[in-house]
Design a binder for this molecule. Structure first.
Ligand code: HEC
Ligand code: HEC
Ligand code: HEC
Ligand code: HEC
Ligand code: HEC
Length: 393
């Protein structure tokens, strides 16, 4: 509690609000220069007529750290995707803009828990997104599955955005009434979204991945304290992983890249005979095997070869020339894969869940390995999958 009050008073002392309000440094809140013809923002935006703040930027606590963080990257796709439309739709604004996040929290005077207005384009995630009266009181997060994580601390802010937009429920709803290996002409790929670290960390308590009936799944990953929250493994403002902290216990860690070598558990999860390789490598090998099984299944059961391109939406495409690679002319939206069976869709959903959380091996290695295993063995009902030597955690 004390920490929070300190933050509030520090922030007040720094006159953040006043600083944000100055037109001269409006880039500080990520806004593009507002032209007189720009549409009136639907929600909170710093007034441009308020008196100037008195603190130079260099004296604002954590300004430099924040400015170097991905949350301040004004040119990044997540903050520019809607420029042509001129506004960020209600369904996207929460996580892709400061006004949208404030709207979701109810800090704009509207009801909390929903975005009420499209947000203006041209903002990033600024100080006031994470530091306001509502974030101080934020102790729970509702995942796309409807499940809720409670009694949270400051990490609730991170998890409000880093939680994905789909869940097991969306997959179940889409495949209802279709036999496992029947192509559903109306089925389309379901994309959990990106960097959904909160859903990974909470595992079965969030049901962000597709969990197969009859199997049990790990809940929240409880790493040794205090390294069990977003805000203890990641720097609060640069959001980089605190590599030197990890190195204190994990001797294999010398730099950021070597986080992939961290290993404590002893079983051979991927069945390659090496149980000393990094836990990240166990995840990677199984992830690769899962894509292989997805491709085998699509070719033999759906009768239409599939390829995956990690950079091209919606990621799974028809492999028209059956060469097993996502060629340039294949990885295009109109060529999106269209012969989904429920079994294939579930496996592909889980493949994307793991692929789009590059920290999955640290956020919840147990849950991550479990869903990879189960996706593989489910496909194994129809194509050859050998998990004899691979241990499911
Ligand atoms: C619950 C929060 C949340 C919601 C809602 C949300 N996003 Fe995102 N989105 C994210 C996060 C977090 C990332 C950051 C991924 C990263 O770090 O690369 C992201 C990234 C993206 C990207 C960049 C993808 C890439 O590969 O770099 C696009 C495009 C995007 N979102 C579109 C949308 C659209 C369209 C909507 C609304 C239909 C939406 N998002 C709703 C959280 C959300
Ligand atoms: C993505 C969310 C996020 C953004 C953006 C952000 N912060 Fe923070 N900040 C946090 C969290 C989480 C904490 C730790 C909990 C707390 O003290 O509120 C924190 C703590 C702080 C503290 C107290 C640190 C301490 O040691 O007690 C200050 C001061 C602060 N932030 C200032 C800023 C300023 C100034 C900006 C903009 C330049 C900013 N923050 C942007 C999330 C954020
Ligand atoms: C208002 C929504 C929001 C909040 C709150 C938020 N994030 Fe983010 N985060 C995003 C978006 C959007 C991106 C993508 C930004 C970009 O591509 O530059 C992102 C990017 C990141 C990245 C870099 C991912 C990459 O692709 O390199 C990390 C790490 C991260 N956030 C961690 C955190 C942590 C830790 C917190 C809490 C202290 C937090 N985020 C709070 C929306 C949010
Ligand atoms: C046990 C420590 C730990 C915890 C707890 C943790 N992370 Fe991570 N996170 C990592 C590691 C390690 C990586 C991967 C870094 C790498 O391999 O480059 C990572 C990666 C990420 C990434 C992707 C960064 C990128 O470069 O693409 C995001 C986003 C992220 N974490 C957000 C969060 C959020 C949000 C939370 C809380 C729900 C969280 N993390 C909790 C350790 C942790
Ligand atoms: C105080 C010592 C300590 C620190 C510091 C620490 N860890 Fe750990 N870590 C452990 C222990 C003990 C385990 C195994 C049991 C557990 O999960 O608590 C573990 C397990 C892990 C695992 C799973 C390994 C496996 O084989 O399943 C990962 C990944 C991990 N830690 C990442 C990190 C990261 C990233 C950091 C830094 C942000 C970090 N740890 C900091 C003690 C620590």
């Amino acid at each position: 509690m004390n920490d929070r009050h300190n933050t509030a008073s520090l922030l007040a002392a720094a006159s953040i609000a006043a600083v944000l309000a100055t037109a001269t440094i409006s880039w500080f809140d990520g806004s593009r220069a507002q032209t007189p013809t720009a549409p009136a923002p639907a929600t909170v935006q710093p007034a441009t007529s308020s008196p100037a703040g008195s603190l130079p930027l260099t004296q604002i606590p954590f300004y430099a750290e924040w400015a170097a963080s991905p949350h301040a990257r004004r040119d990044a796709e997540p903050f520019n995707h809607w420029n042509k439309e001129g506004a960020i739709p209600v369904a996207c604004a929460r996580c892709h803009s400061t006004p949208g996040f404030l709207d979701y929290l109810g800090a704009d005077g509207t009801a909390p828990g929903a975005v009420n207005h499209p947000a203006p384009v041209g903002t990033v995630i600024t100080c006031i997104a994470c530091h306001n009266d509502k974030t101080l009181a934020l102790t729970s997060v509702t995942f796309p599955s409807g499940l809720k994580a409670e009694n949270l601390g400051a990490e609730a802010r991170c998890m409000t955005c880093h939680q994905g937009v789909e869940s097991e429920a969306s997959v179940d709803k889409a495949v209802a009434g279709i036999a496992d290996d029947t192509v559903g002409p109306k089925l389309t790929f379901i994309n959990v979204h990106y960097r959904a670290a909160g859903a990974t960390l909470y595992g079965s308590q969030a049901r962000g991945a597709y969990e197969y009936p009859g199997k049990t799944y790990a809940g929240r990953y409880v790493h040794r304290a205090p390294y069990n929250r977003c805000t203890s493994c990641h720097d609060l403002h640069t959001v980089e992983v605190k590599v030197s902290d990890c190195a204190a216990c994990h001797k294999e860690v010398t730099d950021k890249r070597s986080l992939h070598l961290i290993r404590v558990s002893k079983a051979d999860y991927d069945g390659n005979g090496d149980s000393k390789e990094g836990i990240a490598q166990e995840v990677e090998l199984l992830r690769g095997r899962l894509l292989g099984a997805i491709m085998d299944y699509a070719k033999t059961i759906s009768n239409k070869p599939i390829v995956y391109d990690v950079h091209a939406y919606p990621y799974f495409f028809i492999d028209s020339n059956s060469n097993g690679a996502a060629d340039k002319d294949e990885a295009k939206f109109p060529n999106k894969y269209n012969a989904w069976t429920p079994r294939l869709l579930k496996a592909a959903y889980n493949y994307q869940f793991v692929t789009k959380d590059p920290g999955a091996y640290a956020h919840n290695p147990t849950y991550t390995l479990q869903i990879l295993h189960d996706s593989l063995s489910d496909l194994g009902a129809k194509v050859t999958v050998d998990l004899a030597k691979a241990k499911r955690p």
